[in-house]
Write a protein that binds this ligand. Structure first.
Ligand code: TXA
Ligand code: MG
Length: 333
């Protein structure tokens, strides 16, 4: 799908903490070029959100379908209000409580945001990130940045600069290396344009946390079948590694005994002695630790040319829902 994009850049990877690299990023973005930038969730592929030409490059480089809208990153509520035509009380409440941070709010778009950003729709997702590098760049640019995750369409979101380079080298001029992303999975997306606030994508800011400040909050997939799909991010096949992902159900021991010894395993316990430790990926037992490592682990399996990945069932509990969601999507490739 993306093979037609010319590999026209000698992509530079620069340490993000160097002020000179921030200046370079600002200059490139000012000229309508793309830069991969770390955020607290995953790396983003950024362009000037007010430039339709720059934003169109994002779709080309990622091979992203034109019907999948982008999140616009802002440095303040003031900048967010410039991108939207209505700012309801709920937006104020959420910004006060969760910004800067991993929450994107869908609101009616303003005229400054082109149809390319919103995939032709009347709404725009805005997010104020907390990562210091992204904040610095937004501050220096003075315009908002449209930024999807910095991966090729339908592939795993990158949580380290090297994973951005694996997918986008030659396609963009600059990747800023800010180390590993703290959160590791994408932001929660909440739609504030309907009668009841609705979560379109789960993230580490949970339904419970949102309900605590807003009252009733629905999950999009609880919406009746004849209501329309609001967010293409809900499409089933998404966030996939190349390897076949198998979410284990039933007896874990049985499956291990029957499975190919070359299969990679992702589990919250250490490798049994009869397993090659290189194909065994032990995960943290907390949801924060697991989320931070899961995409990196899927990327590692790809790099090791794994054909299949077995994943141990996650603990029960709604705090694991966002991770459960990403794994179930990864298993649908
Ligand atoms: O954490 C994140 O959100 C990362 C970092 C870079 O900020 N970004 C990210 O962007 O995950 P992306 O493009 O990979 O995912 C954006 C999601 C998609 O599911 C998209 O369909 C949804 O947000 N979305 C964006 N704008 C929308 C809108 N106006 N209405 C409904 N859904 C929208
Ligand atoms: Mg993405």
């Amino acid at each position: 799908m993306t093979e037609s994009v010319e590999l026209q850049f000698d992509t530079e990877i620069r340490v993000a903490s160097d002020p000179d690299s921030i200046r370079q990023a600002k200059n490139l973005l000012g000229k309508g070029q793309l830069v991969a930038i770390p955020t607290e969730t995953v790396y983003g592929l950024a362009a000037n959100a007010f430039s339709p030409e720059a934003v169109a490059r994002i779709f080309d480089v990622k091979g992203r379908p034109a019907n999948n809208p982008l999140i616009v990153h802002v440095s303040s509520v003031k900048m967010a209000r410039d991108c939207v035509s209505a700012w309801p009380d709920d937006a104020d409440i959420l910004a006060e409580k969760f910004w800067p941070g991993p929450l994107s709010m869908v609101l009616p778009k303003s005229d400054k945001i082109s149809n390319i950003v919103t995939a032709g729709g009347h709404t725009v997702a805005v997010r104020c990130p907390s990562h210091s590098i992204m904040k610095d760049i937004l501050g220096q640019c003075g315009f908002p940045l449209a930024a999807p995750s910095a991966n090729l369409s339908n592939r795993v979101s990158p949580t380290k600069a090297e994973y951005v380079a694996d997918q986008l080298s030659g396609r963009i001029p600059l990747i800023l290396d800010g180390g590993a992303c703290q959160i590791g999975i994408e932001s929660t997306v909440i739609d504030l344009t309907g009668a009841t606030p609705t979560i379109l994508r789960l993230g580490l800011i949970s339904q419970d946390q949102l309900q605590e400040v807003l009252g009733e909050v629905r999950l999009a997939f609880e919406i009746g079948a004849n209501e329309t799909l609001k967010s293409p991010g809900q499409l089933r096949c998404h966030y996939s590694p190349r390897a076949r992902v198998i979410l284990v159900e039933g007896s874990w021991e049985d499956l291990l005994n029957k499975s190919d010894k070359n299969a990679h395993v992702i589990a919250c316990e250490s490798a049994p002695s009869n397993r090659d430790p290189d194909t065994w990926h032990e995960m943290p037992k907390t949801v924060q630790g697991y989320a931070k490592k899961i995409y990196e682990t899927l990327n590692r399996c790809d790099q090791a040319n794994a054909e299949s990945i077995l994943i141990q069932p996650l603990p029960l509990g709604s705090e694991w829902d966002a991770v459960r969601d990403r794994l179930s999507r990864a298993s649908m490739n």
